[in-house]
Design a protein around this ligand. Structure first.
Ligand SMILES: NC(=O)c1ccc[n+]([C@@H]2O[C@H](COP(=O)([O-])OP(=O)(O)OC[C@H]3O[C@@H](n4cnc5c(N)ncnc54)[C@H](OP(=O)(O)O)[C@@H]3O)[C@@H](O)[C@H]2O)c1
Length: 245
């Protein structure tokens, strides 16, 4: 898919990787970008900078009514970027209650699935298109310090494969993006090297243009992906050292 002239929607576009996607799409000549966020007032700067191209949408991806409204309002979309995500950075056992785990599943799995379901007919009606699901390298190996987040991203990774298969006959491509640590609010507690959000968005947008299905942006994601292919148990053992404080 060529991005010049594309009509795209980016969830969670008010900050972090989502905002980087919007900048990347602008640089590649998108015709229209629906920028979606839970609080539309957080989108003012983006919209005011390019009001002819950028259209704001209020969208909590866990709210079925808002998801349905978004699919109605943005009926000309051919590129859906499911970027919104939640990470409570909490453990699976050493935490009270299941609230954090439920929020992560509701957002990262059910919310992303709801967006795929709502927009599949939109893309089909528009003659096909592309869905980009922002997953994580933690979709493939559990980091105990973010144990419940890793589970939700593993569910989303499997969903990405299933949705890809179901939509392949409708000229809809489905791309999974598996970054390592990225320099956004979500990873502010992580001390190690982090990718720039713009580099992650660029890698994903290159995959859209180059017709690739799986993207591992940055050195950490590449190294973990290679390690998993060579010796998945060794990678699991390495990650198991990162237990919650
Ligand atoms: N940063 C990393 O190290 C890293 C690594 C791998 C993958 N990722 C993934 O990259 C994506 C973007 O994360 P980020 O790093 O840019 O994090 P971020 O700066 O924390 O941004 C998260 C975005 O998701 C939005 N969001 C959260 N829950 C939502 C909901 N229910 N409905 C709609 N929007 C919601 C947030 O909106 P509000 O402003 O309203 O909270 C915000 O715009 C996520 O899917 C994340 O899992 C991040």
């Amino acid at each position: 898919m060529k991005l010049k002239g594309v009509v795209a929607l980016v969830t969670g576009s008010n900050r972090g990787i989502g905002m980087a996607f919007v900048k990347g799409l602008m640089a590649r000549g998108a015709k229209k970008i629906y920028v979606a966020a839970r609080d539309a007032s957080s989108l003012s700067a983006l919209v005011n900078a390019n009001p002819r191209v950028i259209q704001p949408l209020t969208l909590d991806i866990t709210d079925q009514t808002q998801v349905a409204n978004a699919a109605r309002e943005a009926g000309d979309v051919t590129l859906l970027i499911n970027n919104a995500g939640a990470n409570s950075n909490t453990a699976l056992i050493a935490i009270d209650g299941l609230d954090n785990a439920r929020t992560e599943m509701e957002t990262n799995y059910f919310g992303t699935l709801s967006m795929c379901r709502a927009f599949a007919p939109v893309l089909k009606n528009n003659g096909g298109g592309t869905v980009v699901n922002v997953l994580s390298i933690l979709s493939l190996v559990n980091l105990p310090a973010s144990g419940s987040y890793s589970v939700s991203k593993a569910a989303a990774y499997s969903m990405n494969q299933g949705v890809r298969a179901e939509l392949s006959s409708q000229k809809i491509k489905v791309i999974g993006v598996m970054p390592g640590a990225v320099d956004t609010d979500m990873a502010k507690g992580f001390e190690g090297p982090k990718e720039k959000p713009l580099d992650v968005a660029d890698a994903a947008l290159n995959a859209v243009e180059d017709d690739l299905e799986d993207v591992y942006p940055g050195e950490m994601a590449q190294a973990v992906s290679l390690g998993l292919a060579e010796d998945a148990k060794a990678v699991e053992k390495e990650f198991s050292a990162y237990i919650p404080a």
